[in-house]
Each structure stands twice: as structure tokens, then as C-alpha cells.
Design a protein around this ligand. Sequence first.
Ligand SMILES: Cc1cc2nc3c(=O)[nH]c(=O)nc-3n(C[C@H](O)[C@H](O)[C@H](O)COP(=O)(O)OP(=O)(O)OC[C@H]3O[C@@H](n4cnc5c(N)ncnc54)[C@H](O)[C@@H]3O)c2cc1C
Length: 504
Amino acid sequence: MISRRSFLKIAAAGAAGVAASSVLTGCSSKSSGVKFDKTTDVIVVGAGGAGLAAAAQAAADGAKVLVLEKAGIAGGTTNYSGGVMQAAGTSVQKELTPFKNDTPENHYKLWSASGEGYIDEELVKDMAYGAPEHIEWLTGMGMKWTRVYGHCHVPYIDDALYADRIHVYEGGGGEGGGVILTQTLLKAAESNGAVVEYNSEAFELVLGENGEVQGLIVKQDGKEVAVKASKGVILAAGSIDQNKEMARELSPQQYWDLDTQICLCAKTDTGDGIRMANAAGAAIGGFGGTIDFCGKTGAATDNAFPMFPHFIVNKKGQRFVCEDATYAYHYRAIFQQVTQLQGPTWMVFADSSLKDKFTRWTPDSLKKDISEGTVIEASTIEELAGKIGADKDILSATLKRWNETSAKGSDPDFDRNTGIAPLSGKFYAYKNVSFNLGAIGGVLINKDAQALTPSGEVLPRLYAAGLNAGRWIGPYYPGSGTAIIGLIHWGRKAGAHAAALKNI
Ligand SMILES: Cc1cc2nc3c(=O)[nH]c(=O)nc-3n(C[C@H](O)[C@H](O)[C@H](O)COP(=O)(O)OP(=O)(O)OC[C@H]3O[C@@H](n4cnc5c(N)ncnc54)[C@H](O)[C@@H]3O)c2cc1C
């Protein structure tokens, strides 16, 4: 058994820019000579959303599928999600929204604009065009759709590209609703013969003479087991979500989230699929973005719940972002201010804000938050500045400007659309805390979800799907439902392609 030390194979890394990375160079892949303990057609690493979609598709297409799951249960981060997913031009969208003529092309253009040049356009287009059929596929598995809503805007993107595209199934949309999706996919996979083995941590790929992937080594019951995949291996182990070392190297915002904020992802999503692929010769990239939002207020997650009157200021007391822009867009700006000025950002509101229909605080919840120190209270804006450590003159000027422009019903400074009203009465400040739903970036793939080498060639018999793959989401998460539709898309594409390969 020859152990092959890998070198960093990052292709034009991503938003964060990536230097030589010590967290990856220690990985290895085994070259041929391995005696396999068992054989299957397709191995799927990870029984989360992407892995289960891949398994369901590959098994339906007739392949013998083995899913290896590190945790004791299926579902991964997808279990914690609301399971909502974006698609344009579906019959459900036509039935439940005013958007009767929406198209995948418009959807693609919106994702493309939000990609800011960091995405692989072909992947994103493929996903937008593939999305409607995934809704049909899930409908065929018994899922029922109850609502379709839209995500909040980004100031520089053409308003004409927006539509209500976020599909919610019965029981979905809330915390834990993702379990319905993962159980549906699990049932579909198992009913076609796929087998899931739990407490099974895949950690090393096995390569053939020509560099093609032949199988992998997995830890089960304290032993290392070599499993052959006659058709291919699909990596669906999530991104670097819970791996602080990898985040430090590849994604400063993810590192910030893990170091000082709150990460809601599955503890088992530690970038294993990305490390294994990279060690086998695959390129990785598209890192830097994160799925961050305000867990306290749910700000800008749903266009049916506009923002209430408030503004966000940096350490000095200046506004710096359109507050009702989709959550991960404004959280990227928050992260940048925190790192640039080395101090917190604050959501500033007032008594007048509490009268708004969409206020996030009731008199009771405000009282509680003030008593617990989560919200700071002051009689004047100057007093508030003193309490939060902002510059009194700057914060007062920010309020003056906001009250002047909002009285005229507009936000000429940051193009905000909702919650535009002057603030008066007592003032309050909530220190923004990021709730992280995952990192963006992973293995570079083509439209069949095949892993690519740094020179863009296919790495034979290796696939990546879901958040294990990179460049299908840009430097910030464009809005709810992108991840779930993407993991179904790339999971199914990987499963279908692998199942169609000739056995080795
Ligand atoms: C609270 C919350 C709400 C969200 N809501 C939504 C939403 O409504 N819509 C949306 O689009 N997105 C949502 N997201 C984001 C979305 O859920 C995730 O991006 C997505 O579920 C990731 O799916 P995945 O299949 O790539 O990874 P996962 O579902 O996390 O699956 C990865 C699996 O791989 C396993 N694994 C890891 N390493 C190994 C290994 N070495 N060997 C074997 N198995 C391994 C893990 O245990 C896990 O089961 C939400 C996220 C959170 C946290």
C-alpha cells in the first residue's frame, strides 16, 4: 500500500483568496494495491440532503448504492433546515403566486448577478434550468406544496429579476422541517435498495494506477474498512462548516462565525469530503461566502415580512449597508465592518419602531431583553452612543440624516425599500450576532457533478454534491432556498451520472 502525499490543488480559490494551506497538505489518498473488504457500485459519503438525493437517484437508475454516514442518524444540516427550495416556472409557482410567467432564465440571471464573478456560470445556469423538474420529482414522492414566497432584494440587482420562487412543503419552512425532506429522500433511496451504514466516517479515497477513484477507506467500529466502488464515489459531506482550522485558512467569515458567533450546522460537517477530494487531485474553490443571518430578528429572510423602522450602524455610529437587503448580503457587510473597525455593529431602533406592524420586539420582549442586557436602552441618541461606545456626533448625524430622508419616504443612501420611517422616543440598540447556516465553497465540479482537477479535467469516478461542491453559490448566499435546491440538483446529477458508468 503506497501512501501518496498530496499537495495543494486549489484552482483560483475564491472570494477570500487562498494561500498555500497547511490544513490540506497533510491529507493523503491510497494508490492501488489496496485489498478491498467489500464492493458496491456507488459509494455516497454523507447521508445529508445531497447524499440522500444522490442515493435516491442512483438507486432508482439501477445502481447498487452504499451510503456511509459519519453520524448515528441521517440528515446532516439538512435536518435542521426549513427545507425551502427555489425554482422558477413551476406549476406550483403559477398556482400560488402572481408570477405566472417566471422563467429559469430570470432565475439564472439573478443568481448570476449575485455571484459577483465568483461563480461558475454554467453550473448556476444548469441549476436554474434543472430546478423546476426537482419540484416535480419531489411531488412524485408525495410532497405537497403550501406556499411560495420571495427573498429580499440586493440593491444593485435589477428588480425585474425577482419573483416569488421559494417553495415550502407541508411541514417545512420552520425549524426542523428539513427532516421531512431527508426522510422522504431516505425512503426513496432505501426503497430502491440503497443501504445506509451509520457511524461510518470515510476518510481516504483509494486511487487506481491512472488516478481514477476506485473506492475509499472508512472507519467503522474502530476498524478501517476498504470499500470498492465499481462505478464511482460521490462526496456529499457538507462544507467546512464546523472546521475551525480549514475556516481560518479558507474563509475568514466562517472562522469569525465559529470563533465568536453561533454556528447552527451539523457538528459532523468538518470538510472531510473537501480534504479527501483535494488529496486525490481535485481542485477546490469558491470559498469566502457564508450563509449568515440575524437569528434574533430573522431580518430580510422573507419578502412577506418587511423590515421594521431601524438602522444598522458600525462601531463609530455610521450606517454602512442596506438593512433590508437579503440576509447574507447585509451580514457580509456586518462582518467586514467588524473586522475593519475591530468593534461590533448595532441595530438601532426607537419607541416609534415598536408601533410598526413588522416590529421584531413587543413591549414585553423588549423589557426582557433590556433586563438581560441583550438590548441597550437610552433616553437620547447621545446617551445611546455613550452606552454602546459609538461616536456621539456621528451617531446623532446618522439619526438626523435617517429621520430627514425617511420622512420623505426614501433611502437615497442605501436604497432600502421597507421600514422607512423616522425614529423617535427612547432609543434602543441590539448588538448584531451572526447565526451561521453554513460555509460556501468546495470541490470544483462540471455540470455532471464530476470532480475536476486544477487544469479542468475530469477526475474519473469522483463526484461532489451539495455544499461539498464549490462555485455554484457566490461570495454571499443569495437567499433562502438556494442551498436545498442546489443539493438536490447536484446530488441527482451525480447519482445519475455515476449510475450510468460501466463497472470497473
Ligand atoms: C437552521 C438552518 C436552516 C436552514 N434552512 C434552509 C432552508 O430552508 N433552505 C435552504 O436552501 N437552506 C437552508 N439551510 C442551509 C442548508 O440546510 C444546508 O446548506 C444544506 O442542508 C447542506 O446540505 P448538504 O447535503 O450539503 O450537507 P448535510 O445535509 O450537512 O449532509 C452532510 C452529511 O455528511 C456527513 N458526513 C460528514 N463527513 C463525513 C464523513 N467523513 N464520512 C461520512 N459522512 C460524513 C454528515 O454527518 C452529514 O450527515 C439551513 C441551514 C440551517 C443550519
